[in-house]
Design a protein around this ligand. Structure first.
Ligand SMILES: O=c1ccn([C@@H]2O[C@H](COP(=O)(O)OP(=O)(O)O[C@H]3O[C@H](CO)[C@@H](O)[C@H](O)[C@H]3O)[C@@H](O)[C@H]2O)c(=O)[nH]1
Ligand SMILES: [Mn+2]
Length: 855
């Protein structure tokens, strides 16, 4: 059923490849094996330098700009001017937070061939490290089992030694549907995996493989391929039918709850009150595939849930998986994906190992993050779902500082980093203590040296990775004199890991694997124990592992590791390693953004706030700035809304936020725009991001800012002040099989739509009013009007995708056309009739403005 021997030799020991033959070819191999497994591909210096110069220029211009703005109030519109200047200062600050972490962008390249040469040579047992892969799912109705099945299949078929891959599926919804479809998936994998490996196909998620509209015969020489492909396609369709049947069956819950095939009641009938469940499929003794080869283990896990126990959403699920996997397989590394993020490249694990198993990088790398890429997004990516600017610009920038943020999925972790240990930095960084010695010695320490270092041992468990394995511990305990301090370190371990000796012991096996001679039945029992709901009581789970306290557990988790001095790596090979789905209709997208922003606000008000947290530690300054940026951005919604309403007020009151401009001042305005434009263009140049993606990002910044971010600020405040807990509303992952993007036009009412709609309407009204006013007051008033119209149009252009989303798609007659026509019609009719409904209002406002100055 599961792996019980520790057959993973020390593979991270570094470049000491002994025992190679003495002839020249072998020597060459040894040399090659010593070459680095990855390299930094620098961005061309001329591009980067120009970019940096322009940033500095922009900074200088900005200073002059503000000097002018602050010293030149608008006499008759003091309030408007003050608000606008405050907003502008805030925008400038948030620009600084966003800009400077992009000072050292880099790219990277991996050498998979060298990795193979070093750790995975033909004819020898592979020395690659074992990896546990986590898949999280919660609601099979929103996260269709077929999608999860595809993710699981792509994992089982990954290009990595099968005995070193284990896949854990966490079911937070304790749904029998998830369980049964996983069982079907395990059966189908017996056919699917050998097919993938034989024909070396990509991607190895069947749905997406068969969906590809490419010439699948192109590089295939095997005559049998066509036939086998056809047969496999049929098999997959039958599999799909079985899954769909399960889904159909699950639509209506029987009164007495679900019963399993053997007639017993499904233990998870109440998702809020059920025991922990584990089922191991495939693997060691789980039967072979159709070619007679072993398959990776597949484990279903549904942690125990009881009323009155906090379960901490996804972070809690992930922590439960850390413990289960430590007990059952204990991979040295673990990689987690959301249920909809399948392996788009079967080489993903090897890519990650190019960094993790690198003797120099591996010791200090807490995780290797892959960019999130998506399928099924509408052609123009209306709601900036692909987040290209973030993934291709900001993250590359961070990679050059201390490493990219963790984004929740497609990320390979060093298990020790999740246990809350500090990185093992270079020997010079540390005092000459046992950590370094045992690293370099590579041999088990005798109990004597353990005794010598007992006090350091305690310290070390506080701060750095444990290097001893169980034999050492046992030997040590026998001859232990100072019982009290042993007890304390025992207590310390219990606090950190909880009350499972087996699990705690596994944490000392830094190369992964489980001790030999452990009996599978007792391991399973222990696995159930470590997922019980009370297990984390009186422990530090949530302070280590995945961090609790925010619905964006990802940011917090990565942040804490960086604060401990770990670095992370951004890995973006040409073929995207992971692909997921994204909510493409407006309402779902806004709700997703709301959750993210709320998560940020939660962090802002928590003790982990990057503004205050842990100075004097190992967090690099620019990395901190980037984290500050990701948690304060929701606040920008306040000045943003104000700023978007200002142009309309200007139009309605016939005032302006800028006084009559001199030529000298006008120059600064022009320089400002030019420098903004130039930094943008240069950024797109070094990153390779397209202008459309950039523009979408700008637009969505305004759309999100005027809706979701604003709500997040208030909900966050409510949480802090009134203790109202936040929800993790899962995004639906609809499978868009027809590919007609019907989802894009789905309209669901949510109050998130109100503020941007209001901003839009006000601006439209303002434009009508402004134009009609100008018409009435003759031609000298057209000049100032254009300034105001410009700002209004700026707002409307940014909100345009939102307007489109609001309109939906009714019978293919875009309602937006109707709206525009009504608008234009009213402008022209005003022009024709020359009436001015706002004239009295404006006069009133003028009077008030003057009063404001004089009094
Ligand atoms: O109680 C819960 C709630 C959610 N999930 C899982 O969390 C994942 C992410 O949920 P989703 O609704 O897809 O959120 P997204 O906004 O699309 O996810 C992004 O943002 C999240 C942080 O808000 C990260 O956790 C995700 O990894 C990242 O992909 C899914 O696999 C869920 O099954 C759980 O396991 N338990
Ligand atoms: Mn998602």
């Amino acid at each position: 059923m599961m792996q019980v021997t520790n057959k993973y030799p020390d593979a991270r020991g570094g470049g000491d490849m002994e025992g190679t033959g003495s002839n020249g070819e072998d020597m060459q191999m040894v040399d090659d094996a010593r070459l680095p497994l990855s390299r930094i591909v620098p961005i061309p210096a001329n591009q980067l330098n120009l970019y940096r110069i322009v940033i500095i220029l922009r900074l200088i211009i900005l200073c002059f700009f503000f000097q002018y703005r602050v010293t030149h109030p608008v006499r008759d519109a003091y309030g408007l001017w003050l608000v606008s200047v405050i907003c502008e200062i805030w925008f400038a600050l948030s620009w600084l937070l966003d800009q400077f972490p992009k000072w050292y962008p880099i790219n990277r390249e991996t050498y998979l061939d060298r990795l193979a040469l070093r750790y995975d040579r033909e004819g020898e047992p592979s020395q690659l490290c074992p990896i546990d892969i986590f898949v999280s799912t919660v609601d099979p109705l929103k996260e269709p089992p077929l999608i999860t099945a595809n993710t699981v299949l792509s994992i089982l078929a990954v290009d990595y030694p099968v005995d070193k891959v284990s896949c854990y599926v966490s079911d937070d919804g304790s749904a029998m549907l998830t369980f049964e479809s996983l069982s079907e998936t395990a059966e189908f994998a017996r056919k699917w995996v050998p097919f993938c490996k034989k024909h070396n196909i990509e991607p190895r998620a069947p749905e997406f493989y068969f969906q590809q509209k490419i010439d699948y015969l192109k590089d295939k020489i095997q005559p049998s391929f066509v036939k086998e492909r056809r047969a496999m396609k049929r098999e997959y369709e039958e599999f799909k039918i079985r899954i769909n049947a399960l889904v159909a069956k699950a639509q209506k819950v029987p009164e007495e709850g679900w019963t399993m095939a053997d007639g017993t009641a499904w233990p998870g009938n109440n998702p809020r009150d059920h025991p922990g469940m584990i089922q191991v499929f495939l693997g060691h003794s789980g039967g072979l595939d159709t070619d007679g080869n072993e398959l990776p283990r597949l484990v279903y896990v549904s942690r125990e849930k009881r009323p009155g126990f906090q379960h901490h959403k996804k972070a809690g699920a992930m922590n439960a998986l850390i413990r289960v996997s430590a007990v059952l397989t204990n991979g040295a590394y673990l990689l987690n994906v959301d249920c909809d993020h399948y392996f788009n490249s079967s080489k993903a694990l090897r890519e990650a190992m190019c960094f993790m198993m690198d003797p120099a990088l591996g010791r200090k790398t807490c995780y290797v993050q892959f960019p999130q890429r998506f399928d099924g997004i509408d052609l123009h990516d209306r709601y900036a779902n692909r987040n290209i600017v973030f993934f291709d610009i900001n993250m590359k920038g961070l990679d050059g500082i201390q490493g990219p943020m963790y984004v929740g999925t497609g990320c390979c972790f060093n298990r020790q980093a999740l246990y809350g240990y500090d990185p093992v930095l270079t020997e010079a960084d540390l005092e000459p203590n046992i950590v370094v010695k045992s690293c370099c010695g590579g041999r088990k320490k005798k109990s004597k040296s353990y005794m010598d270092n007992k006090n350091r041992m305690m310290k070390r468990t506080e701060s750095s990775a444990p290097i001893f394995n169980m034999d050492d511990i046992e030997e040590g305990i026998e001859g232990y004199e100072d019982e009290r301090s042993m007890l304390m370190s025992q207590k310390r371990l219990e606090k950190r890991f909880g009350q499972s000796p087996i699990f705690t012991a596994s944490t000392f096996m830094t190369q992964g694997g489980i001790p030999p001679s452990t009996n599978p039945a007792s391991l399973l029992k222990e696995a159930i124990h470590v997922i019980s709901c009370g297990y984390e009581d009186k422990t530090e789970w949530g302070k280590d592992g995945w961090i609790y306290g925010s619905v964006t557990e990802d940011i917090l988790t990565g942040f804490k590791m960086h604060a401990r001095g770990w670095i992370s790596i951004y890995c973006m090979p040409p073929r995207p390693c992971f692909k997921g789905s994204a909510p493409i209709n407006l309402s779902d997208r806004l709700n997703q953004v709301l959750r993210w922003a709320l998560g940020s606000v939660e962090i802002l008000f928590s003790r982990h706030c990057p503004i205050w947290y842990n100075y004097g530690g190992r967090l690099k300054l620019l990395e901190r700035v980037a984290y500050i940026n990701t948690i304060v951005y929701p606040i920008t919604s306040l000045p943003l809304i104000a700023y978007c309403v200002l142009p309309a007020i200007c139009l309605l009151t016939n005032k302006f936020i800028i006084p009559e401009i001199s030529n000298y001042a006008g120059m600064f305005f022009i320089l400002m725009f030019a420098s903004i434009f130039a930094t943008g263009i240069l950024e797109l140049r070094w990153s390779g991001v397209g202008i459309e993606d950039w523009w979408r990002n700008e637009q969505f910044w305004v759309i999100g800012g005027t809706s979701a971010h604003l709500f997040a600020v208030f909900q966050g405040l409510l949480k802090v002040l009134a203790g109202i807990d936040t929800n993790f509303t899962v995004t639906s992952k609809a499978n868009d099989e027809d590919g007609d993007f019907a989802e894009l036009y789905v309209f669901k009412w949510t109050s998130l739509l109100i503020p941007p709609t209001t901003v839009l309407v006000i601006n439209l009204v303002g434009m009508v009013a402004g134009i009609s006013y100008a018409i009435n007051s003759g031609y000298q008033s057209w000049g100032p009007l254009f300034g105001k119209l410009f700002f209004s149009i700026w707002v409307i252009l940014h909100l345009y995708p939102f307007l489109k989303g609001l309109m939906g798609k009714q019978n293919r007659t875009p309602t937006i056309v109707i709206v525009w026509s009504i608008l234009l019609a009213s402008i022209f009719s005003l022009l024709w009739v020359k009436i001015d409904p706002f004239i009295s209002d404006t006069q009133k406002a003028v009077a008030m403005g003057q009063c404001g100055v004089n009094c």
